[in-house]
Design a protein around this ligand. Structure first.
Ligand code: BDR
Ligand code: CA
Length: 299
């Protein structure tokens, strides 16, 4: 399947990009970047660094620097580090961004491949909402939009109510949920079932240079989880969304319209277009597949 990943790399984003690049079912057309875990210029720099490490010559189109209607925002440096990739600092500037915005890149590719492009959005939804504004046909040109975001009937991870990607741009998320995409929401209900431990990362490090990189950046992420009392590993949030694009049969979904309230809670709204919400995933399978894919980079 043809895919664009909209991303704010981000430690778990890095693993998701590596996974998508490696899975044979996915033909990655490029990355679009957004503020979120770090500032958007850093997201783009990190995206290009990760692609270079993977040996993937793909465009990176830079997108929104701020949430809709906002003049400031707070990056998640406590979770992802000051430059977004954990303890890794002074990340080299490799190559250049594409000469079009994220929204323009998304719209152009969706129109070029009507009904064939899957967009996997693993950051705040601002670029996706901008693409809808740019082209009213965007939502129907796209085959499917799979987002990592939201927490359905369970507590959030950035506030008691909200999951981080939704919280960072509530207005954009509402525009996306109202737009009529074939939409799959992979939120904390599923991603908290896909936990990677220090031992898992150490195994990746043994296998390949890509595994070493994933291990190195993940130390910071694991320390954050430990600091908030979660000792059973860190969630591979964004990779779980990539897996939902390719292996929906490994997930259990409910169908409902969605609305985001002013606190960032994702709640059922029967007046909204129906989307699929992942409630469960075969977590052990997901972790094993992600690890096996990273091991394969060494072969
Ligand atoms: C989401 O927020 C970010 O911190 C992660 O990269 C992921 O996309 C999890 O809530
Ligand atoms: Ca992310």
């Amino acid at each position: 399947m043809k895919m664009i990943i909209d991303t704010d790399p981000g430690i778990d984003d890095a693993l998701a990009i590596a996974l998508a690049h490696a899975l044979p079912e996915i033909e990655l057309l490029g990355l679009t970047t957004v503020f979120g875990n770090t500032f958007v210029h850093q997201s783009s720099r990190n995206a290009r660094y990760i692609l270079d490490l993977l040996g993937a010559d793909l465009p990176v189109a830079e997108g929104a620097a701020l949430p809709w209607g906002a003049t400031t925002y707070q990056p998640s440096a406590n979770v992802h580090g000051t430059e977004g990739l954990g303890d890794l600092l002074d990340i080299p500037q490799i190559g250049q961004n594409a000469h079009e915005s994220a929204a323009a890149f998304l719209v152009r590719n969706a129109a070029a491949h009507p009904g064939a492009l899957v967009v996997c959005a693993i950051g705040p939804l601002t670029n996706i909402a901008d693409a809808i504004k740019l082209d009213p046909h965007f939502a129907t040109n796209v085959k499917q939009l799979v987002i990592m975001g939201g927490a359905y009937d369970i507590p959030g991870n950035i506030t008691p109510e909200a999951e981080a990607n939704i919280f960072h741009d509530i207005a954009a998320a509402n525009a996306v949920f109202a737009a009529g995409f074939d939409l799959v929401m992979v939120g904390l209900n599923a991603t908290h079932q896909t936990l990677l431990t220090a031992d898992d990362f150490a195994q990746m490090a043994q296998a390949s240079a890509v595994g070493q990189f994933i291990d190195e950046i993940s130390h910071y992420y694991l320390r954050f989880y430990e600091s908030v009392g979660k000792h059973d590993g860190c969630a591979m949030h964004d990779s779980t969304a990539v897996l939902a694009c390719v292996y929906p049969e490994r997930f259990t979904f409910i169908e409902t319209g969605l609305f985001v309230d002013e606190k960032g809670a994702t709640i059922a709204d029967p007046s909204r277009p129906v989307c699929k919400v992942a409630m469960d995933v075969e977590g052990g399978w997901a972790v094993d597949l992600a690890k096996a894919t990273i091991f394969d980079f060494g072969r």
